[in-house]
Design a protein around this ligand. Structure first.
Ligand SMILES: [Zn+2]
Length: 340
């Protein structure tokens, strides 16, 4: 079965397959864009296309030996490089092994390709170990770096790659994709409002929205919005909320509070309420947008992003304390008067 790119990726596909036919493919790509918009899937489709020995125009044939090896995940000239299980980091040993992989000749006589995902997981030593291969790749090597946050990469890595930006699809495309994917297998798709809410929560990244659906994230996000509203109304206290939020969903919860701040800021600056209407927290978001200054909201937004970075970058962050601190900052939004 042939892999198909997503409908919102046709522009990138046309450009890269044209480069292939024009023989102007670079040795290294950097696919950049929001997590959950299908970059890894696109990269896998590209690997299949590049390794296929009976390409049909801009498509892999899906039937030749190379295609079959790819489907069976046993193609010896392709490697997926990711953080080891339980780690958020790609270490230097993994990159040394990758460098060695590229120095050996191709067993199938074609290109040797790796997808490295996500590139921001490379630690400092690993990134440095990769530089030389990015600069002078052996033979027909192709390195595809995938990044959800290319600003975090070393400029020396970025500058050695052809950067391809992947935007999230427009609302209509995202909605249609999600609806048809959530109703696969004969089940009914969730109500329209839930699909819109899932897309709002995932910043329109359809694959992430699908993951959210699978973990029942909407219910959890609504519960959190109710808890935050209680906290802001003094019906609850910070430690009660932060201790409940300190669980396996911690990083998601933190990301959602950041998303709420984005919605409040958007509401404040543009008056737009799309993505909030009819949902839990709607009143809270409108209220805070009117009550607080941009300065206050941006300050909390920045602090939240900081905490998020600290959490992602540390192996043992004090999650509860971090959340307590942020929740205290949220409550201050209620007590403040006017522009600070
Ligand atoms: Zn093929």
């Amino acid at each position: 079965m042939k892999n198909q790119i997503y409908p919102w990726q046709t522009g990138q596909w046309a450009n890269i397959t044209k480069q292939y036919h024009d023989q102007t493919l670079p040795h290294a790509f950097l696919f950049n864009g929001l997590k959950g918009n299908g970059k890894l899937h696109f990269a896998k489709c590209l690997v299949e296309f590049l390794l296929c020995e009976r390409k049909q125009g801009s498509q892999a044939c899906g039937e030749c030996k190379q295609c079959k090896l790819i489907y069976a995940q046993t193609h010896t000239d392709f490697r997926l490089t990711e953080p080891e299980e339980g780690s958020a980091v790609i270490k230097v040993d993994a990159i040394r092994s990758l460098v060695e992989f590229f120095t050996l000749s191709s067993l199938q006589g074609g290109s040797k390709i790796t997808i490295l995902c996500p590139a921001e997981a490379l630690n400092h030593n690993a990134a440095n170990a990769l530089l030389k291969t990015l600069e002078e790749p052996a033979g027909q090597s192709i390195i595809i770096l995938i990044s959800h946050s290319a600003g975090k990469l070393l400029p020396t890595i970025r500058s050695r790659c052809q950067v391809v930006d992947f935007d999230t699809p427009n609302q209509q495309q995202a909605y249609e994709w999600l609806k048809s994917n959530l109703s696969r297998g004969g089940g009914a798709a969730p109500p329209e409002a839930d699909i819109a809410a899932l897309l709002s929560l995932s910043s329109n990244a359809p694959l992430r929205a699908k993951e959210y659906y699978e973990i029942n994230a909407l219910v959890e996000n609504n519960l959190m919005l109710d808890e935050m509203a209680s906290l802001l109304k003094n019906d609850s206290i910070v430690t009660t909320v932060s201790s409940r939020w300190d669980d396996d969903l911690f990083s998601l919860r933190l990301a959602w509070t950041i998303r709420w701040l984005e919605l409040i800021l958007k509401h404040k600056m543009t008056g737009e309420t799309a993505g909030v209407q009819g949902q839990h927290g709607e009143k809270m978001i409108s209220y805070l947008a009117e009550k607080c200054s941009e300065f206050q909201l941006l300050a909390l937004y920045r602090e939240s992003l900081n905490q998020y970075r600290l959490f992602l970058g540390s192996s043992n962050p004090n999650k509860t304390l971090g959340f307590e601190y942020l929740l205290h900052q949220w409550t201050k939004l209620m007590s403040s008067k006017g522009v600070q």
